[in-house]
Each structure stands twice: as structure tokens, then as C-alpha cells.
Design a protein around this ligand. Structure first.
Ligand SMILES: Cc1ncc(COP(=O)(O)O)c(C=O)c1O
Length: 433
């Protein structure tokens, strides 16, 4: 069928409403036709700065030339074999990933989405330990399939009318100090010190029944929450004491965005399993479970599988992404631009009382808004609408949807980053007035 050609966005919106499931909750009503770098181009000719990157995916900017060239080359060689054979591009992709992964994580299982990677990690952790129970954190987001969704605790609405969920999953609080704690910054945080996990162990979940603790090194959808530095080392200690596997969900934080290749590297902690997706191939669907041989070998042939995982074109893009991130030193760039963004945003707190917290790591920067001690989701919605009108797409997050998430491409030219921040500042001033 020949698609209808129209420059009228409303025609496309009507067709979208007719043809596409209403389950998609869109951050904007832009109708995008093309994109390059940090820019989205709509059917009616608007040029919009993209500070969302398709939710943290297009970290090299849309259609990065090196990734595009790698994809073109691969399209002319091989697309797909699944498990009918091995293929060279998948082996190259695994080697590229292992070469940048934390020490010891040296085997890869490729899937197609972050949720599938989390599903795989749940199964692998249970299989490797022979234990059933899983610990995850309130505010966590791990995906929408049943296992991943059971671990997810960022919005109750995800659970409406679709239970029951996976048995054996227990939630405890993430050290979201701004929300939960009264201690001064830098003082002992009882949540980060593991006190609540100890209570869980004493009261309801014997530690010897626990297969894994799943943790986002920085909570993404939950509000770009950066935990105290003691938290991840504490989890590592608890896991070591009780033979539990530590699973780092780096789906959103991984691949240079946090200022290191993986956010967990900031803590010096080595996870047993890592889940990756999003920016892995700059927009082609691929994800991965990366683990130590000693863990991965718990799976015998056929005990886990996939048709599309390890698709050759996506693998070629992944190799190009890893090479580009290293060549262009994008983790360091994210650290530098992120620090400047944080500093500028902290300055906004002097004039905007409702901007109650500014936090981040690399180019994951969150601005939390509240009024009279209550989350100000309405204000965040107005800021985003005003920014969009001025030509900037910026996303929100947080369990109360009251956090602006600044997540531009890691390759964004500095003048475009500043232009986006100028727009955000103006939008904030207008909306908060
Ligand atoms: C930390 C984290 N884990 C898992 C997922 C799920 O990934 P996907 O949407 O590719 O299934 C996401 C998606 O936002 C995520 O942020």
C-alpha cells in the first residue's frame, strides 16, 4: 500500500489514532519524518532539538555516519541466521562488548530489548544459584514483560488489571535520599548501608533463598536518582556474604552516558551479571546479558534462546557504536558536559524555588520539581510543553512524574547543548511564573 503523503501533522495524528494501539503513551505529539545529530525534523517542517534520544538510545546522535556506514555494509553481506549457524558479526559484537565490560564479565547472550535482557538475567540467576527469590528496589524500572515488570516498581499503573505477577520478588527502598532521608549529605544513610535489606532477611526472605539483587546503578525512570557512594559496595558485600548474584541493570545508564562506559564503574564494584540495551546500537534493536563464564555456564544448550537476538545488522551497528565511543572518548565527554550542565542547573535553583533538587551523573541530569512539599508534575508538564513550543524536546521521569530528564546525545555540539539549556531555562521561567 502506498503511504499517504501529507505535510499536515493532524492527518498523521488521526491515522496514528486509528491504526496504532493507544497503549503507547507519547511524550509529544510531534510527527517525525527524518532526524540527524541532535535534531528531529517533523512532517510540517519543524526542526526540534532532541534531549530525549528516543529514551536514551541515540547517544551518538541520529544516524551517526560511522554507524550508518557499518549498517549499510552489513545489509549487503548478511542479515540473519538465528541459531541455524554461528556468524562472524555476532562474535565480533560479543568481543567488542566484552572488551569494554567490567573485569570478569566475559560472555554474552544477545536479545532484542532491555526487558528481554532482564528476563534472561532472572532466569540465569535462578539457574546458576538454584534459588528462587529476587530482590529489587522501589522506584526501579526494568521493563514491561512479566518478569521484568514484576521487578519494576516505578509506577503502580503498570500493574493495573494485569496481575498476578512473578512469585518470589521482593522490593526494598532505593536510597533516594532526597525523598526518604533526613541525614545531612555525606552522612551515614541507613538505606544505602543495607539496613532495610537486613530487615528483609530477618523477617521475610532468608538470604540463602535469594538468587539475585537487581539494581540500577542510577535509577532512570524512577527519577535519575544517584545513590550515595556506599550503596553499591554495600550490595556487593551483602551478595558476597550470602552467595547472591549482583545484577546491574545498565540498560539506561550504560554505554558512556554516565561519564564512564558503565555507571557501576563509578563505585568500583564488579557485578556478576549486567543487562544492556538502549544505546548499544544507537537505535537498532539489540540488547545483551553479559556475565562471567562461571555464571553463564549454568545454561546448557537450549535452556534459553531467541530467534532475532544477535541479528547481524544490529551486531554490526553495535561494533561501530563501541568503536566510535572509544575513538571519540564519549564517556569523558559525557562527564565534562554533564558536570557543566549540573552546575548551570544548580544555578537555576537560586531563582526557581520549585526546583527542589538537581542531580546527575554524566549526561543523565535530573531536575526535580515540588511545591509546598508535594511533587509538581503539572509544572513539569508545563515546562515540557513550553520547551517544545520553543523547539526543544525534553522528557520527564520520576515516580510522580515531577523530574525533567536531560539526556542529549553524547556527541551534541556544545553550542546546541547550551541552546537547549537556554530554551529549558526560558521554559522554566515561563511555567514557574
Ligand atoms: C533500566 C532499564 N531497564 C530495562 C528497561 C527496558 O528496556 P526495553 O524498553 O528495551 O524493554 C528500561 C527501559 O527504559 C530501563 O530504563
Amino acid at each position: 500500500m502506498t503511504p499517504a503523503v501529507s505535510v499536515d501533522e493532524s492527518v498523521w495524528r488521526d491515522r496514528d489514532a486509528e491504526l496504532i494501539s493507544p497503549a503507547y503513551s507519547r511524550y509529544s505529539d510531534l510527527v517525525v519524518e527524518t532526524a540527524d545529530g541532535a535534531h528531529l525534523h517533523t512532517v510540517d517542517g519543524r526542526d526540534v532539538l532532541d534531549f530525549g534520544c528516543g529514551i536514551g538510545v541515540t547517544s551518538l546522535g541520529h544516524r551517526h555516519p560511522d554507524v550508518t556506514a557499518a549498517v549499510h555494509r552489513q545489509v549487503d553481506r548478511l542479515w540473519h541466521t538465528s541459531v541455524t549457524s554461528m556468524h562472524t558479526t555476532m562474535i565480533d559484537a560479543a568481543a567488542a562488548l566484552v572488551s569494554v565490560s567490567p573485569a570478569g564479565l566475559d560472555q554474552v547472550f544477545f536479545t532484542n530489548s532491555g526487558a528481554e535482557a532482564v528476563e534472561g538475567a532472572i532466569k540465569l540467576a535462578r539457574r546458576a544459584t538454584g534459588r528462587s527469590e529476587i530482590i529489587a528496589f522501589s522506584g526501579a524500572f526494568h521493563g514491561r514483560t512479566y518478569g521484568a515488570m514484576t521487578l519494576t516498581a516505578s509506577r503502580a499503573k503498570y500493574r493495573v488489571g494485569v496481575g498476578p505477577f512473578l512469585p518470589g520478588v521482593h522490593h526494598t527502598r532505593y536510597p533516594y535520599c532526597f525523598l526518604y532521608c533526613t541525614h545531612a549529605p555525606g552522612e551515614r544513610c541507613s538505606i544505602a548501608a543495607g539496613d532495610e535489606i537486613d530487615i528483609l532477611f530477618r523477617t521475610t526472605v532468608p538470604p540463602e533463598s535469594v538468587a539475585a539483587i537487581f539494581v540500577e546503578p542510577v535509577q532512570g525512570e524512577g527519577g535519575f536518582v544517584v545513590p550515595p557512594a556506599t550503596f553499591l559496595p554495600t550490595l556487593r558485600r551483602i551478595c558476597d556474604e550470602h552467595g547472591i548474584l549482583l545484577v546491574a541493570d545498565e540498560v539506561q545508564t550504560g554505554m558512556a552516558r554516565s561519564g564512564r562506559m558503565f555507571a557501576i564503574e563509578h563505585s568500583g564494584v564488579l557485578p556478576d551479571i549486567m543487562c544492556l540495551a538502549k544505546a548499544l546500537a544507537n537505535g537498532l534493536p539489540i540488547a545483551a546479558v553479559v556475565a562471567r563464564h562461571a555464571v553463564m555456564r549454568a545454561w546448557h544448550p537450549g535452556e534459553h534462546g531467541t530467534t532475532f537476538g544477535g541479528n547481524a545488522v544490529a551486531c554490526a551497528a553495535l561494533v561501530a557504536v563501541v568503536e566510535t565511543m572509544q575513538r571519540e572518548r564519549l564517556a569523558e565527554r559525557a562527564a565534562r558536559l554533564g558536570a557543566a550542565t549540573l552546575e548551570r542547573a544548580r544555578g537555576w535553583q537560586r531563582t526557581t524555588a520549585s526546583l527542589v533538587d538537581v542531580r546527575g551523573l554524566g549526561l543523565l541530569v535530573g531536575l526535580e520539581f515540588a511545591r509546598d512539599g508535594r511533587p509538581a508534575a503539572d509544572l513539569v508538564a508545563r515546562i515540557r510543553a513550553s520547551a517544545l513550543q520553543r523547539g526543544l524536546l525534553v522528557l520527564s521521569c520520576g515516580t510522580a512524574d515531577n523530574v525533567i530528564r536531560i539526556m542529549p546525545p553524547l556527541t551534541i555540539p556544545e553550542d546546541e547543548l547550551n541552546q537547549g539549556l537556554d530554551i529549558l531555562e526560558a521554559a522554566m521561567a515561563e511555567a514557574a511564573a
